[in-house]
Unconditional design. Structure first.
Length: 285
């Protein structure tokens, strides 16, 4: 129902200390501030499109620990050598990882920014290496061999200055209040395909046979309310459709499902059943 070339676009975060967060995403993650507009900073890879937006909100309340919102945003690098450079960069700044996993379809590093927003940096294995198990895509959470990843670098290679061209926002993973309700919104109304449902308390959906553009879980948020309006954390994330007609068709399906989408200059925004906002945009503008 949704076009196979639908992708995730920018993730917008509301932050208390915009300068501190901008420095973090530049120094530790390797992105660059590519645009500033009022209280909004956009960051992306060198020569690439923005992938993260930081909205300065120094007086905003913190989101309660028991609330829906962002589990992590996931920055996709082009290959394993770039994952190694990302690991080298994080380690070189003294920032600590919160995890590192082999998911069979991908290899991933995990950390948090200074305000507690979750981040994944990952590389995909080639699609021909993905396998299916029991009628769904096989995914797992296994320990990642960091020494093997670092082995992709040439001996004595200097630390890379930043994220390379071709870096994108690969997926977002959300904390939702109820999996069936979220599935109704994202699968039955919006049209993303369910790729994996065997993880307890989680669901993974995608367009075009990707392993997931969207992860949903209730591991710490079953029955949780949304955070207060304007709280720190996830403001919205972007789902990019190939053209305006497909964007409007998706918005119409959400309206028919009772989601009450709102038209903005940049696209159409709607709240899912957990109060998380998704902005539908068109790649052709």
């Amino acid at each position: 129902m949704i076009p196979p070339d639908t992708t995730i676009g920018k993730v917008r975060l509301r932050v208390a200390d915009q300068d501190d967060l901008t420095t973090f995403y530049e120094r530790v993650i390797g992105l660059r501030a590519v645009d500033r507009e009022g209280d909004l900073v956009r960051l992306g890879a060198e020569g690439g499109e923005p992938v993260i937006e930081l909205v300065g909100a120094p007086d905003a309340p913190a989101a309660p620990s028991f609330s829906t919102g962002l589990f992590h945003l996931a920055i996709l690098v082009p290959d394993r050598a770039e994952l190694a450079r990302a690991l080298q960069r994080v380690a070189g700044t003294g920032w600590r990882l919160t995890g590192a996993s082999d998911h069979l379809v991908s290899e991933a590093l995990y950390l948090q920014d200074p305000e507690g927003n979750g981040i994944e940096i990952y590389r995909d294995r080639p699609r021909e290496e993905w396998r299916r198990d029991g009628g769904e895509l096989a995914m797992a959470t296994l320990p990642l061999d960091l020494e093997s990843v670092l082995g992709e670098l040439d001996p004595g290679e200097r630390e890379a200055n930043g994220m390379p061209s071709g870096t994108t926002m690969g997926h977002v993973h959300l904390q939702v209040a109820d999996i069936p309700a979220a599935e109704g919104f994202y699968n039955r109304a919006l049209g993303l395909d369910v790729m994996v449902r065997s993880y307890p308390g989680a669901l993974f959906l995608a367009a075009g046979g990707y392993h997931h553009h969207l992860g949903l879980n209730t591991w710490q948020s079953q029955g949780a309310p949304p955070p207060p309006e304007g709280a720190l954390g996830l403001d919205r994330y972007e789902l990019v459709l190939p053209n305006a007609a497909e964007r409007d068709s998706a918005a119409d399906r959400l309206a028919q499902a009772g989601a009450d989408p709102e038209r903005l200059d940049e696209g159409v925004v709607a709240a899912d059943p957990s109060g998380i906002h998704v902005l539908l945009t068109a790649r052709d503008g």
